[in-house]
Design a protein around this ligand. Structure first.
Ligand SMILES: [Mg+2]
Length: 306
């Protein structure tokens, strides 16, 4: 893999680069914004890409929002968007269950972001929200846990009310070998502007994988399911697609695995130093994490594009 600095290309090379794709998949946090703070310059680049005829999709591992909520965040921060251009793991989870012809009920460890997308897809589910440990374990197991025999899938996403009773329920449903086990994404930590560590969805999934000795089917990047879903629903050609992201272990790995071109922006998680380390390493695994191109910030593309 190459990791070419985009700003080092000649005018002619940059034109060839732009002509090499017609579809742009943009990760959100770390590329377009950081939490609720806009990354300056990024909206102008997205608008310019649309203006010159590129298709743009926002691809996010965040499972806590519906597509409508993403669209309102995009418009608040100045990004042109429609529901159809948002590929969030909550939405893609509903797509996956539709794809496999799922007809039963879903037990969701997650938030309303997921259940509202399931509602939109006509898929039944149990309610989400707090399910705390109120008494001791014997009371919980004897009197409080009641399993619904219609449940045929457990979906695990980001859940700020993750609890022991939820783990007991999820793991007990998953005792049935035909109960599907789906994880929205494997991100270990949740990005935050606070100086604290916030466990991410991957942490919750691992906990349930450990006690069930089963592996969840993962929806979000770097799982290739996202690629399958966009090819099927949006007729995207991988060879003419570029993935823009800030994290090598999800965005870039995903893009490289799917045969997209990959561009790393240095406004988020992965640093240039880490990219150099990956490049120097001989392992094939690490080479898959190296982007084709990098740029300090997405906004730096604007003078080159216009
Ligand atoms: Mg990101």
């Amino acid at each position: 893999m190459s990791a070419i600095n985009l700003t080092s290309l000649s005018k002619e090379e940059f034109r060839k680069f732009v002509d090499s794709f017609d579809t742009v998949l943009a990760d959100c946090d770390g590329v377009l914004w950081l939490g609720n703070t806009l990354i300056e310059g990024s909206p102008n680049v997205i608008s310019q890409l649309l203006k010159i005829g590129k298709r743009v999709f926002y691809v996010t591992n965040n499972s806590s929002k519906t597509r409508e909520e993403f669209v309102s965040k995009c418009s608040r921060l100045g990004y042109p968007s429609e529901k159809d251009n948002v590929l969030s793991t909550a939405y893609l989870t509903a797509c996956y269950l539709q794809d496999v012809g799922f007809k039963k009920k879903v037990y969701v460890v997650g938030s309303k972001g997921i259940t509202q997308e399931l509602d939109a897809a006509g898929i039944e589910h149990l309610d989400v929200g707090p399910d705390p440990m109120c008494n001791d374990m014997t009371t919980l197991l004897m009197n409080e846990v009641q399993l619904d025999s219609d449940v045929g899938a457990v979906v695990v996403g980001f859940d700020e009310h993750f609890s022991f009773p939820k783990m007991v329920k999820a793991a007990s449903y998953l005792k049935q070998p035909d109960c599907a086990f789906i994880g929205t994404n494997t991100d270990e930590v949740f990005p935050t502007e606070f100086p604290l560590t916030v466990p991410g969805t991957g942490t919750f999934i691992r906990a349930i994988e450990t006690c069930t000795k089963r592996e969840a089917f993962k929806i979000g990047k770097p799982s290739p399911y996202v690629c399958e879903a966009i090819i099927k629903r949006h007729n995207v050609d991988p060879k003419k697609t570029i993935m823009i992201g800030d994290r090598c272990s999800t965005d870039i790995l995903f893009g490289n695995r799917c045969g997209f071109k990959t561009l790393l922006v240095l406004t988020g998680v992965t640093t240039l130093e880490e990219v150099h380390q990956l490049r120097k390493s001989n392992s094939k695994e690490n080479q898959d994490l190296v982007p084709n191109y990098y740029i300090d910030r997405l906004g730096d593309m604007l003078p080159l594009l216009s």
